[in-house]
Design a protein around this ligand. Structure first.
Ligand code: AN0
Ligand code: CP
Length: 318
């Protein structure tokens, strides 16, 4: 199996519970990954994903190799039948097969390029690797999804939730640079699959793709969304709509998360995947408050990666 997106999870609640068990005893399954190699390819920067996924592999007894493919690998071609007389040195057809010879599991991080919306939403890079690699693929944030982050966030909410049906709000916040929709997309998808009163709030023009919004309530009124919320999950994303795809259209400071806004919630917890720009996305007073879960979220990245890798390793054994 791959861990590409939510469809690779047979039972989300069970994965969450198993991840919480792994957190209590991270080295319990150290024999499972013995003599297996995890290769992590990074086309983009990372702190958490890079270290927590390595840690997860090590906890499972795997050997881990990491490559900054974006800076140190050959520029890859993805098109069929291309005459490769321009800048690209190697085709993904060979690259994926070659890496598979060194790896039992391949993790890939490849963000949206914002050059072509269709290529991004077809998941050009991950799809090509899944097609040509013979080893299973672990998605470490692709063009349109971040399933390890979303799984982490569901684990974290489950740890701090005290209600049968908590109110969970995904809020847009301003950012000076265009960021992908991946984190917001996956969070929405996993939240829709959970027993939440789930609300998405963002300025006009920032609608996410309908397949990720699903049945969530959507409002352009952030204050209204925050009322009575138990969890506030904050993320900037750039527009999905064709005419403004991947551009910065709005930097309205009124959307920044302040203590006044958090006061509208039901003593709500503040969540963000990190990295976060302080006093742009969120005020110091909020991220430094007792209700901020950001450090525990980063901690849980290890156990989300560990449960995903465990499931993949178990699927190889069969
Ligand atoms: C990335 C993003 O928004 O997708 C990674 C977040 C985990 N963030 C930045 O590039 C700042
Ligand atoms: N949250 C997250 O994926 O962080 P990094 O980009 O640092 O890996």
């Amino acid at each position: 199996m791959n861990y590409f997106d939510i469809n690779d999870i047979d039972n989300l609640q069970q994965w969450i519970e198993e991840a919480k068990e792994l957190k209590k005893n991270p080295l319990k399954h150290k024999a499972l990954g013995e003599d297996k190699t995890l290769v992590l390819l990074f086309f983009n920067n990372s702190l958490r994903t890079r270290l927590s996924t390595q840690k997860a592999g090590l906890n499972l007894g795997m050997n881990v190799m990491v490559m900054n493919f974006g800076q140190e690998g050959w520029q890859l071609e993805y098109g069929d039948g291309e005459v490769m007389d321009q800048g690209k040195s190697e085709h993904v057809i060979e690259a994926a097969q070659v890496v598979s010879q060194y790896a039992d599991v391949i993790g890939i991080r490849a963000f949206a390029k914002f050059e072509n919306k269709e290529e991004d939403y077809q998941e050009q890079v991950l799809t090509a690797f899944m097609k040509y690699a013979s080893a299973p693929i672990l998605n470490m944030e692709s063009a349109i999804g971040h399933p390890l982050q979303a799984l982490t966030d569901m684990i974290t909410i489950s740890e701090f939730n005290t209600k049968p049906k908590p109110k969970v709000v995904l809020s847009w916040a301003p950012h000076p640079r265009a960021l992908p929709q991946a984190v917001a997309n996956s969070f929405a998808q996993y939240a829709n699959a959970s027993d939440f009163d789930f609300v998405i709030t963002h300025p006009e023009g920032y609608e996410l793709a309908p397949q990720f919004v699903g049945g969530a309530k959507v409002t352009h009124n952030q204050d209204e969304a925050f009322k009575g919320a138990d969890f506030i999950y904050v993320k900037n994303w750039s527009p999905y709509v064709d005419e403004n795809y991947g551009q910065v259209m709005n930097t309205d400071e009124n959307w920044r998360i302040s203590a006044e806004k958090m006061a509208l919630t039901n003593d709500g917890k503040f969540m963000h995947c990190l990295p976060v720009r302080r006093n742009v996305i969120v005020d110091d007073a909020v991220i430094d408050s007792e209700n901020s879960l950001v450090i525990e979220q980063a901690n849980n990245r290890t156990y989300a990666a560990q449960i995903a890798l465990k499931k993949i390793l178990e699927s190889i054994e069969k």
